[in-house]
Design a protein around this ligand. Structure first.
Ligand code: T1G
Length: 699
């Protein structure tokens, strides 16, 4: 049972109880209607109160049912709301907390609404690439006014119940209870008070109007157009709200329904819903139960006060966790702390952080040159130079001083976490926490699970990631973990495209038009081309048979490391970041082609995008197959939150499913025929072939 029915003297109380958020799935919808029938047929019942149990009144329709027959299986959400609205006895919604999407639409169909203060009220469908599809765009403007409704629906952001109740001539809330604890009692009293009042007030009978509708909606469309470049939903929300003003209620409802169904089928909405669930699924580790006890982390030690160490420290200071930062020299310490201070000061200047919070955070930061001072810390994160012998020195010392049960984490981006764990006597307490630069900004955190990493260490790190507002994705130990292992193949393809006739700008522009925040060459100039160069040199032996374009090495041999040397794949004016195509680079590439006897050809943007994106897909499929990533959505979350992959395409694996795995493989087979490409590169991963053969998908 996901709905409880109980009569309190002459008031029937229907309680939604479908954990975790009272999503209105088919079973719940059916039971709400059954409870209404029960109340209708009970003459002792004078009124009905609908409320929710647990952490929500209702989080809305059950998104998991979308694009399945269950979603519109009768009683649909529309039918439930119509049944409430046409009920012959007063129905009162008693809202104690989260009331969103279809949950709010259900409440809007009730005759009265009473909410506890602090309840989060929202129509967040736009964040899923949808719009409120059960009357929200028609009733909310009637309840709180066109402009207030449009702001809520187009932003999808929650508003506190007491704020909405303060709106002039609002008809959304008839009462705000004195507290969540007294809400039910007050709702029962209110229900008795209105039990005999007729006619029953219906929001649909109110008028949605605006003194300058045409002008306002034109303004709204202009405002929204910029933010919704790749997302059709925001403009459709405006169309529906305008329909609430221009059309009769029923026609407005029909219009809303059409627009909702159209959005439901868009790849953008599928991508956003994929990301919604992917974000939540990433925190679940198949063989680590959610009930796994976590270790308490009340104090963090950070080893290394460089760019990464400073950024990592800020994440924890922001979450109110004290940090002690260790360096090898006072000068390095001072420099690192000064950088943290400067970052906070610029946030204060931009009004993003209050002076008080800045001071609170800095007060949580201490520093030392002495490992002995770390012994009270519950966790240490090492962020020192990316050389194994340096890591070995650090972890040997940490192992000697850190208290038993302390977690020892490494921020390495390429080294073997198992090897690092072997430098300690407590490999079970060692884990990788790979932050992405700038560490205090980028949401992605790759949690690298060593062979011996204890389950409670993983559970602890995942819980901490949530606390410091990171999207944590668990990766197994391999070269480059998930993100960098895939980006290496992507970068190889980018180099082959230069050999075959592209310029860096053409490749970058093609993928940026596809939606990447930054193409591979601009990204290299930003991160530093010398990083990849060092990795390639370190791997020269083990990767002797892996073909690369020489251009990246030639570039670095010219000292063109990117923005930090004001010259990389592009030229840069001093102190500026604008990438200017460079004749020196073009000449180098042309000379390189001549030396290799390569005749450049015209390459289409489509080929550029397919070769770069499918290189990610293919390597991602290998990663999935090897168990380095446990689910395709984890790989997508890595690329959506750490590599600027366009959100409206859902990530490389989601995008491959949208294109169709059969079609992806056909393209890869075509690339295999390119004599200048690396045929083995385009050998489809067995998992891709298997899924395509079975007509299945990656996500
Ligand atoms: N449907 C299905 N599952 C949902 C869900 C939903 N609407 N909302 C949350 N969940 C799951 C979520 O996947 C997670 O699952 C668990 O609940 C806890 O979520 C017709 C079409 C409500 C503010 O967009 O914003 O109504 O990982 O970790 O931090 O117009 O969930 O435990 O297996 O986020 O306390 C519109 C989406 C739907 C609200 C609670 N509603 N949800 O936050 O928990 S479309 C939304 C949220 C609709 C109608 C339209 C948040 C929350 P698992 P959580 P939380």
């Amino acid at each position: 049972m996901t709905v409880e029915y109980k009569v309190h003297s002459n008031i029937a109380v229907i309680t939604l109880n479908n954990p975790p958020v009272n999503g209105m799935n088919y079973e719940t919808r059916k039971q709400i209607c059954a409870s209404l029938d029960q109340a209708a047929n009970d003459d002792t019942v004078a009124a009905v109160v609908i409320t929710g149990a647990g952490k929500a009144f209702s989080g809305g329709a059950d998104i998991k049912e979308f694009n399945t027959p269950k979603m519109s299986q009768e009683p649909s959400l529309h039918s439930v709301i119509n049944a409430v609205e046409s009920f012959e006895k007063p129905v009162i919604a008693a809202i104690h907390t989260v009331c969103m999407g279809g949950g709010l639409e259900l409440a809007l169909g009730c005759h009265y609404r009473i909410a506890a203060p602090g309840a989060q009220i929202a129509l967040p469908e736009v964040k899923l690439g949808l719009l409120p599809g059960a009357g929200g765009t028609q009733r909310l403007p009637r309840a709180i006014g066109v402009e207030n409704a449009l702001n809520m629906i187009v932003s999808g952001e929650p508003v506190k119940s007491e704020m909405l109740a303060k709106l002039s001539d609002q008809k959304l809330f008839d009462r705000i209870a004195s507290s969540p604890e007294t809400l039910m009692e007050e709702a029962l009293t209110f229900a008795s008070h209105v039990a005999t009042i007729r006619p029953l007030p219906l929001i649909r009978h109110l008028k949605a109007s605006h003194p300058n509708a045409d002008g306002y909606f034109a303004f709204a469309r202009n405002t929204v157009t910029a933010m919704s470049k790749h997302f059709p939903a925001p403009l459709k929300c405006i169309d529906c709200i305008e329909a609430a003003v221009q059309k009769k209620f029923k026609e407005g409802m029909d219009f809303e329904r059409e627009q909702f169904i159209a959005l439901l089928m868009t790849p953008e909405s599928k991508a956003l819903r994929h990301a919604f669930f992917g974000e939540r699924a990433a925190s679940k580790i198949p063989d680590v139960p959610e009930s796994t006890p976590v270790r308490e982390v009340k104090k963090l030690a950070v080893i290394g006060a460089g760019t990464m160490g400073g950024g990592i420290s800020m994440n924890f200071l922001n979450a109110g966790i004290p940090v002690i930062i260790l360096e090898t020299s006072q000068e390095a310490l001072d420099r690192g702390i000064a950088t943290i201070r400067k970052n906070y000061e610029s946030q204060v200047k931009r009004g993003k952080l209050s002076q008080e919070k800045y001071e609170q955070r800095m007060a949580l930061l201490s520093s030392t040159l002495n490992y002995e001072d770390l012994k009270e810390a519950d966790m240490a994160i090492e962020a020192v130079f990316e050389e194994l012998n340096v890591k070995q020195a650090v972890f040997t010392k940490l192992d000697a001083v850190m208290k038993p049960g302390a977690i020892l984490a490494t921020n390495t981006s390429t080294l073997d976490v198992d090897k690092i764990a072997s430098f300690t006597k407590r490999p079970q307490d060692v884990v990788g926490t790979h932050f992405f630069s700038p560490a205090n900004v980028m949401k992605l955190l790759e949690v690298v699970r060593g062979k011996q990493t204890a389950k409670d260490v993983l559970a602890t790190v995942m819980a901490i990631a949530k606390k410091i507002k990171k999207t944590a994705v668990v990766s197994g130990v391999c070269d480059g973990f998930i993100g960098n292992r895939m980006i290496e193949q992507y970068s190889r393809q980018a180099g082959f495209l230069l050999d075959e006739g592209c310029t860096p700008a053409q490749v970058d522009q093609a993928v940026e038009k596809f939606g990447f925040a930054m193409g591979p060459f601009r990204m290299g100039d930003l991160a530093g081309n010398d990083i990849g160069w060092a990795i390639r040199k370190r791997r020269a032996t083990e990767r002797a048979n892996m073909r690369y374009s020489k251009t990246a090495d030639l570039l670095c041999e010219m000292g063109r490391f990117g923005q930090k040397t004001a010259a990389g794949w592009y030229d840069y004016l001093p102190g500026k970041r604008d990438a200017i195509p460079s004749k020196i680079v073009t000449d180098m590439i042309e000379q390189h082609r001549k030396n290799k006897g390569l005749t450049p050809r015209k390459i289409s943007d489509e080929e550029i995008v397919d070769r770069l994106v499918y290189s990610l897909v293919n390597e991602g499929a290998h990663i999935l197959q090897e168990g380095i990533a446990s689910k395709a959505s984890d790989i997508d979350m890595v690329y959506l939150t750490g590599y600027g992959f366009p959100l409206w395409r859902g990530g490389p694996m989601c995008y491959a499913d949208t294109v169709g795995l059969f079609n992806v493989i056909q393209r890869m087979k075509k690339f295999q025929k390119n004599p200048l490409d690396d045929a083995s590169f385009w050998e489809p991963a067995p998992l891709l072939l298997k899924l395509a053969d079975e007509g299945k998908t990656l996500t």
